[in-house]
Design a protein around this ligand. Structure first.
Ligand code: RFL
Ligand code: PHB
Length: 402
């Protein structure tokens, strides 16, 4: 493996934020090198998010990576919230002026990988970054290991796109970094199956036994989730036990016709809220999960990764084109403004839809809350505009991206 010694922007991590940032910068004529710890097969095989905001779709368009999403993605104009034995619909077009796209993160990652490879963007797999040094020096130095030997990549700027457990955030000095965290006492057991989706639109269900979500990847592939205790083991759940429990948590009109089948993938994801501040230290910027985590209830994780990448790409673009550093200076503050709002929506939707305690008061309060939100124009507008995604501000101009 021959890895460059110097580049303009060194990118750590080849998940959606790293690959998208690499592509946006490459199209502006900026040199990048991407270093990824895992193999390409591993990165492309991870089953994660499924819903793209309109703004994410527009950023993929800007990156020239939206073609398959447009042909294979499913446009959804609304979604359903089941609670208290009834089903309410959130009309995204009517109250949020936009649809969302059901198109898996796995597919987004594959599209970006294929296009970046075709364009000759250097993405090196199996390269573990250990730290980033000299954040305030003439060049940042990304230190990585290959076959046990240490090497360095020097760059003008380093983009930490290496997720929650990556090396980038840990390279920022404790004296400047503040972390805000909330861990929920439950996780999501997710099952992917080659079965017809429970409903044409996604169903989020609040039930006294716990939360459930019926999502999908296509008209013949389902992705369903149920709330489980945080310390639950995936081995404890047979396919039959999963389907039985899912059915119990859904209203009869959705549960009765539900098609069940063998699981293709089954895993448990913990739920947490996390934000690091600031997202910049000298020549290092944090992007996506490296800087923040949302519980998946609002479907915001990958969308925030895309909006961060778009904001940083615009900021670096202005710097290399015109030596305009306004965006670089405002990236952290501008991105955090949107992140805290998405974090709020994800927290709110989680707290309104999951079983929180044995106290019946809590459940009645959730029912009153969901009744109010789905029964008033103000409530529906609030849910819809958050779900379809708030505008992405350009840190350079203060306008909207794209
Ligand atoms: P990623 O996707 O975690 O990618 C980070 C990449 O960095 C690599 N890496 C390193 N590379 C080099 N050196 C190191 N030291 C490195 N350390 C790490 C990793 O191998 C990886 O390839 O972050 P990114 O790009 O910011 O993208 C964020 C999204 O992936 C994430 O927000 C969502 O997937 C979150 N998420 C979900 N979001 C949703 O909206 N809906 C979901 O249903 C949903 N399910 C999930 C999820 C995240 C999960 N995680 C993180 C465990 C389910 C799971 C299980
Ligand atoms: C998914 O399809 O994996 C999915 C959809 C919506 C969410 C979370 C996950 O809120």
């Amino acid at each position: 493996m021959s890895i460059e010694k110097r580049t303009q922007v060194g990118i750590i991590g080849a998940g959606p934020s790293g690959q998208l940032l690499a592509r946006l910068l490459h199209r502006k004529g900026i040199d990048v090198v991407v270093l990824e710890r895992r193999s390409r097969e591993y990165v492309e095989g991870r089953i994660r998010a499924g819903v793209l905001e309109q703004g994410t779709a527009a950023v993929l368009e800007l990156a020239g990576a939206a073609e398959r999403m447009r042909t294979d993605g499913l446009e959804h104009d609304g979604f359903l919230i089941a609670f208290d034995g009834r089903v309410a619909r959130v009309d995204l077009q009517k109250y949020g002026n936009s649809p969302v796209f059901v198109y898996g993160q796995t597919e987004v990652t594959k599209d970006l990988n294929r296009l970046n490879e075709a364009d000759g963007i250097p993405v090196h797999y199996g390269v573990e970054v250990t730290t980033i040094r000299d954040l305030d020096g003439d060049a940042a130095r990304i230190v990585y290991k290959v076959d046990g030997k240490e090497h360095e990549l020097a760059c003008d700027y380093a983009a930490g796109c290496d997720g929650y457990h990556g090396a980038s955030r840990r390279s920022m000095p404790d004296s400047i970094l503040r972390e805000f965290k909330k861990t929920y006492p439950f996780g999501w057991l997710g099952v992917l199956s080659n079965t017809r989706p429970a409903s044409h639109e996604l169903v989020y269900s609040n039930h006294s036994r716990g939360f459930a979500l019926c999502s999908q990847r296509s008209t013949s592939v389902s992705r369903n989730y149920i709330q489980v205790p945080a310390d639950e083991r995936v081995e404890a759940w047979s396919d039959d036990a999963f389907w039985d429990e899912l059915r119990r948590r859904l209203p009869a009109e959705i549960a009765d016709p539900l098609e069940t089948g063998v699981s293709v993938e089954k895993s448990i994801a913990p739920l947490r809220s996390f934000i690091a501040e600031p997202l910049r230290c000298g020549r290092l910027f944090l992007v996506g999960d490296a800087g923040h985590i949302v519980p998946p209830t609002g479907a915001k994780g990958m969308n925030l990764a895309a909006s961060d990448a778009a904001m940083l790409a615009s900021s670096l673009g202005a710097f290399y084109a015109d030596r305009d550093s306004r965006g670089l200076e405002r990236y952290s503050e501008t991105a955090l403004d949107r992140i805290w709002k998405a974090e709020r929506f994800s927290w709110w939707f989680t707290m309104a839809s999951h079983r929180l305690s044995d106290n019946p008061f809590d459940l009645r309060m959730q029912v009153a809350e969901l009744d109010y939100y789905t029964g008033t124009r103000a409530g529906l507008t609030s849910i819809a505009e958050n779900y379809v995604g708030l505008p992405i501000e350009d840190p350079v101009t203060g306008g909207t991206i794209p």
